[in-house]
Design a binder for this molecule. Structure first.
Ligand code: NG1
Ligand code: ZN
Length: 533
């Protein structure tokens, strides 16, 4: 086998002088630099599977919201979660090995991690619509074949679909079965759960969905075939930006990242005051928005989706007579708007936990609750339910028709929500369900609280690694003295809050600031940026 791995590795040489790092979103860069990385991640996937007794590991080739010429790769653990933290370092180690050392490092990891050499490795994989995808798949397959790994190529999928399939594969035939192991099984599960959760409620008008010209377009079209039709019990969906044939239009002037960072609708969106939403390039982020006749463009971001979901599930738990038994909480990052945090704590009366940036941290913190709602402001998130919550929804004997109703809706939500990872298609159906139950237009949703004006600035610095944080990235411990300067600035602004941290995905430091007025938020951000620079 060593000879096979060495021979295959030599077909995927590492670019000289490149240092790779498995970051928050796996490995991500210009696609033409990725060949060796993908090959080696294939080796890591095989090791990881064997370490876990032959459970199936997922591999996703995507660069999400990044431009079309980029690509990336990340690993999915058996229950559909992000790769366990310590393995990021092993992936990084193998990705940076010299070509001639690949086999040695592979064997050394096997030894250090006490991996059984005879265990059969199993991997499933998929990719998004980028033109570089098929060639990278070839590199991955070379690694899987050289290591005698059993694999299934699911071709084009959204990232959350691959997470779903990974979990289904590993739970098939057990009491924890997560669903049928097929793409069709995913659509059927979502569609049936949506029909149950809607309970014949009416959706208020159509929703326009911008698919970022990514893989979400064809997959949403497929999902539509399974969803109930008509505004009663169903939803009318208008799809825009679903061109996956022209490579250059992916994420260009459209998609969730565009809408969130530019704070405006895609130019292609002709929407009036009806609700619209945007997916990102691999359909794991979702952002809503609409044009308010009085106030113009209004963004309903991840914080809004979190508050909407938490309030709805909190109400249902109360109606079901379960609020005393279940701990419901919300997990955010420092980028969550301060007004949303206040709304959750004060109005909804729910606890909020803040974690560092990166979905794996949020997900982990959310599992500490019975119902853990987590979202990054950029629209990536989901809801996770504990075993105790799932059991309570199944076994609680209702004492009234209203209780029975609430319990049935809760059960449907546990099926509708993709609990493995943030999933734009599942999250969209969740939002549509909640708006229908509340008979809300986006305007009512928007009125639940008022965002504090805020500004996010990207600051180019000499060395971003000098910036070390604590307190869920809200405070700098290094460089020394910088935090004191930020604190002094913040103190001068009403409702002021600001922090600086090194980006995990770009070579820059990000400065976030919010304050009572637009001009104060801008002012605070630029002053903090000047301190950091
Ligand atoms: P970095 O570059 O570490 O700020 C960005 C996003 C995260 C997360 C990751 C992974 C912001 C401010 N940061 O991280 O929320 O989604 O990318 O995609 O949006
Ligand atoms: Zn994404």
């Amino acid at each position: 086998m060593d000879a096979n791995i060495a021979a295959a590795a030599s077909k995927h040489p590492k670019p000289i002088d490149r240092v790779f790092q498995y970051g928050t979103a796996g490995f991500r860069m210009k696609a033409n630099l990725l060949d060796s990385v993908v090959f080696r991640v294939g080796l890591v996937a095989a090791l990881r599977s064997r370490k876990l007794g032959g459970q199936t590991i997922g591999v996703m080739i995507t660069a999400s919201h990044n431009p079309p010429e980029d690509n990336g790769i990340k690993l999915v653990d058996p229950m559909g979660e992000m790769l366990e933290n310590s393995w990021e370092a092993y992936s990084t180690e193998l990705a940076n090995a010299k070509d001639e050392d690949v086999v040695t490092v592979y064997r050394s990891l096997e030894e250090r991690l006490k991996i059984n050499k005879d265990e059969q490795a199993r991997v499933i994989f998929a990719r998004d619509t980028r033109p570089s995808g098929p060639k990278l798949v070839t590199a991955l397959v070379h690694a899987l074949e050289a290591t005698g790994t059993e694999y299934t190529d699911y071709k084009l999928l959204t990232t959350p679909q691959l997470h779903y399939l990974t979990r289904c594969t590993n739970t098939e035939g057990t009491p924890q079965s997560y669903g049928e192991v097929s793409e069709k099984g995913y659509y059927e599960k979502l569609a049936q759960a949506f029909a149950r959760a809607m309970k014949g409620k009416k959706t208020v008008g159509p929703v326009t969905i911008d698919c970022a010209n990514g893989v979400g377009g064809p997959k949403l079209a497929e999902l539509l075939k399974f969803l109930p039709k008509g505004s009663t019990g169903g939803v009318e969906i208008k799809i825009i930006n679903d061109d996956v044939l022209k490579a250059e239009v992916l994420n260009h002037d459209c998609g969730a990242d565009f809408v969130k960072t530019k704070q405006r609708a895609p130019p292609s969106s002709k929407a009036g005051n009806e609700r619209c939403c945007s997916l990102d390039g691999d359909a794991d982020r979702l952002i809503y928005y609409f044009n308010d006749p009085d106030h113009g463009f209004r963004l309903l971001d991840g914080d809004r989706i979190a508050t909407l979901a938490a309030s709805f599930i909190g109400d249902l738990a109360r109606e079901a007579g379960l609020s005393q038994d279940l701990k419901i909480g919300v997990v955010q990052t420092a980028y969550a708007n301060g007004a949303s945090t206040k709304y959750i704590e004060k109005t909804l009366g729910l606890p909020v936990v803040c974690t560092p940036t990166g979905v794996k941290w949020l997900h982990h913190a959310a599992t500490k609750f019975d119902v853990g709602v987590y979202f990054e402001a950029n629209g990536h998130g989901t809801v996770v339910f504990s075993q105790q919550a799932l059991k309570a929804f199944q076994t609680k004997v209702p004492e009234s028709p209203a209780q029975a109703n609430a319990l049935e809706t809760l059960r449907a939500l546990t099926e509708l929500i993709n609990q493995t990872v943030g999933d734009a298609l599942s999250d969209m159906l969740l939002v549509e369900t909640i708006l229908s139950h509340k008979a809300w237009t986006p305007k009512e949703w928007d009125l639940t609280y008022t965002d504090l004006p805020n500004r996010l600035v990207r600051v180019e610095v000499g060395d971003r690694n000098l910036f070390k944080t604590t307190d869920a990235e809200r405070k700098l411990v290094e460089p020394q003295g910088v935090q004191a300067q930020i604190d002094a600035l913040v103190a001068k602004y009403k409702d002021g809050r600001s922090f600086a941290r090194a980006s995990g995905t770009e070579d820059a430091v990000r400065v976030y600031a919010e304050a009572a007025t637009r001009s104060e938020a801008d002012d605070l951000a630029s002053k903090v940026a000047a301190v950091v620079k």
